[in-house]
Design a protein around this ligand. Structure first.
Ligand code: 6PG
Length: 249
């Protein structure tokens, strides 16, 4: 069962999600030498990254490795780049060694970019048959996509590889994305969704018929799933949804 956290507004959502991420990293680094965090793209995570970047902390960021769940096929300095967004909002504010930042690139081609990213992951998770990320952050698109697993696209049917180049007809563009085997091997997944525009797709994803939307196929076998929503995005959830209310401090 996913754990649903509902915050009064986007500010509290960002604070709650940032605190969750910080706590997960802190908790895990007490037991193991490093933490692998997969960053989400799009707009929703911006406030969460800004909060995380500004939190007072004793965390040793040199023990955290950063990956991406997906990337647009644009240069890293392009306004649409998920790498650029995370760099500006989070990574440039933290003492993270460059070698801990594992960005995706569609160079020299989407297919070769996917293969080389998979090589990066297989080197980071040697002898593993799946990449065991400690925490994967995800968004939710209005059509139920997550990462760049869009409805009716080929990457949804990829059950072996960890990274895929995915042609997205509706956007007339290539994307790189982690596949469902990679997402579903995570120790934890956290969806970050805000705004009234997402209320109906959140209801469909969490209370609608199962396995219809790409996001509904994210269900880690040995991991926990969290949904961080603001009240606007949660507005169409049935009363009594198992929620962990986030009270304003
Ligand atoms: C991307 C994201 C994508 C995003 C959703 C929600 O590269 O765009 O990975 O999956 O999370 O489209 O985007 P917003 O947060 O901007 O609504």
């Amino acid at each position: 069962m996913p754990q649903i956290h509902i915050a009064p507004d986007s500010e509290h959502l960002a604070q709650e999600a940032a605190s969750f991420i910080h706590h997960r990293i802190h908790e895990k680094l007490e037991k193991v030498p490093q933490f692998s965090l997969v960053l989400a793209g799009g707009n929703t995570p911006v406030q969460t990254y800004q909060r995380l970047a500004s939190m007072p902390t004793q965390l040793d960021w040199s023990r955290v490795h950063f990956f991406w769940g997906d990337e647009r096929c644009v240069p890293h300095d392009h306004p649409d780049s998920n790498y650029r967004m995370a760099l500006e909002m989070l990574l440039s504010h933290l003492p993270v060694p460059l070698e801990n930042i594992h960005s995706m690139s569609c160079n020299p081609s989407p297919e070769e970019g996917a293969r080389s990213y998979e090589d990066v992951l297989r080197r980071f998770f040697p002898a593993a048959d799946v990449p065991q990320f400690d925490l994967i952050l995800l968004g939710l698109g209005g059509d139920g996509h997550t990462a760049s697993l869009f409805p009716d696209t080929r990457a949804l049917d990829e059950h072996e590889r960890w990274v895929a180049a995915n042609w997205v007809e509706k956007l007339d563009t290539w994307r790189l994305t982690l596949t469902l085997p990679a997402l579903n091997a995570a120790a934890a997944v956290a969806f970050l969704v805000q705004g009234s525009g997402k209320a109906s797709i959140v209801q469909a994803a969490l209370a609608g018929p199962p396995a219809r939307l790409p996001a509904q196929h994210v269900s880690p076998e040995h991991g926990d799933v969290h949904w961080f929503l603001d009240r606007a995005a949660a507005a169409e959830l049935p009363p009594g949804s198992a929620v962990t209310p986030v009270l304003p401090e």
